[in-house]
Design a protein around this ligand. Structure first.
Ligand SMILES: [Zn+2]
Length: 363
């Protein structure tokens, strides 16, 4: 990644020397044979790294032609990177732990750290971060350490399509340690392709020395057959989530029909509001100073206005109820709509009854 540094950039200079001073082959003292200059972004400002490359000076030594780089260099940044490790880790953390967008990250880098990077450069670094993270997650030693206290493992497999028409990403997760074990984008859900992943999962479990207690997946043919073949005798449970989703479909459909019917029944809100507002305008005109009203008449107008407000509030409440679309199959919006409309109906009924008894009659 080449980067054009502005002319006035101030760099902190850092020299890196080869850690090893003596030739491992012949024991000669190593000498500096070349310098490598690198300019990096770090969270502490731009860095100019000078790596002193060394080699064995003895021409007869087989190691003479080998150039040795300081190992400290890769601790600052990987070869060809313009961003230091600290920046790459910062990017990954903001993107995946804080769910920042690339635009937000770009703005924050420019504002706080004076790093002006393109979206492309940021996206490239984020994908590098992901690759580094995946490599670390797969490190056998770290994995073994994570599973020392686990007796047996439970595995789940599922396929996700990021977008229609894209290859499906198949993921094997382990549920005790909550880790993704293997993931692969497969073009088809054929048993043969899925089997590859299952075999990989088996190799992982064998390497860890942990027996597989249970498999969980949906009822896709490739999973059912593949798991039975690669893990004979291991119980295979079908995922409750998928089951619920399948059950939810007809529930949501029925709910949506009910909502349409309720909306069809409750109409004319706008007409009522328009009438109230028109009445209000007429009474405002009659209230103008050139036709002053007597005190008792004012009270009547006030009472009317209060009543109009109540009508408008009812309209607003009902509109809110009809527009409520939130909630999934476990909290169907149509059910909530029916309950809320029932409340409105009861409230109106109470008002009507109060009026019949003469409690609230203003005139
Ligand atoms: Zn040597």
């Amino acid at each position: 990644m080449s980067y054009r540094w502005p002319e006035d950039t101030l760099f902190t200079r850092l020299e890196c020397n080869v850690e090893e001073q003596w030739c491992r082959t012949c024991g000669c003292k190593l000498t500096v044979c070349d310098h490598r200059h690198r300019r990096l972004f770090t969270l502490h400002g731009p860095l100019h790294v000078v790596c002193k490359l060394a080699h064995c000076p003895a021409r007869v030594c087989p190691a003479h032609t080998r150039t040795i780089s300081p190992e400290a260099e890769t601790a600052l940044a990987m070869p060809w990177w313009v961003l230091g490790w600290d920046v790459v880790c910062w990017l990954g953390h903001r993107r995946f732990a804080r769910h920042w967008s690339v635009g937000q990250i770009r703005a924050e880098l420019a504002d706080t750290y004076q790093m002006r990077l393109s979206d492309d450069a940021i996206e490239r670094s984020i994908s590098r971060y992901q690759r580094m993270l995946a490599a670390r997650q797969h490190d056998p030693q770290r994995l073994a350490a994570a599973y020392t206290d686990v007796e047996t493992v439970m595995l789940a497999i599922d396929g996700l399509q990021p977008e229609k028409g894209h290859a499906t990403l198949y993921v094997v997760r382990e549920l005790e340690g909550k880790r993704v074990w293997c993931a692969e984008a497969l073009l088809s859900s054929a048993t043969v392709e899925v089997e590859g992943l299952l075999v990989q999962a088996r190799a992982w479990a064998e390497r860890l020395g942990k027996p597989v207690r249970l498999w969980i997946s949906d009822k896709q043919e490739a999973f059912v057959r593949g798991i039975a073949a690669a893990f004979p005798g291991v119980p295979h449970r079908y995922c409750a989530n998928h089951f619920l989703r399948d059950v939810a479909k007809p529930v949501l459909e029925a709910d949506s029909h009910a909502k349409v019917r309720m909306r069809r029944t409750i109409r004319g809100l706008r007409t009522i509001e328009r009438e109230v507002l028109a009445a209000r305008r007429t009474s405002e005109q009659s209230q103008r100073p050139e036709s002053p009203l007597e005190a008792p008449q004012c009270a009547v107008v006030q009472a009317d206005e209060d009543a109009q407000d109540v009508v408008l509030d009812y309209c607003a409440a009902v509109r809110g109820i009809l527009n409520d679309d939130q909630g999934g199959p476990l909290h169907p919006p149509g059910l909530r709509m029916a309950e809320a409309l029932g409340d409105v109906h009861a409230s109106l009924q109470r008002n009507l009854e109060a009026q019949k008894g003469g409690l609230l009659t203003p005139v």
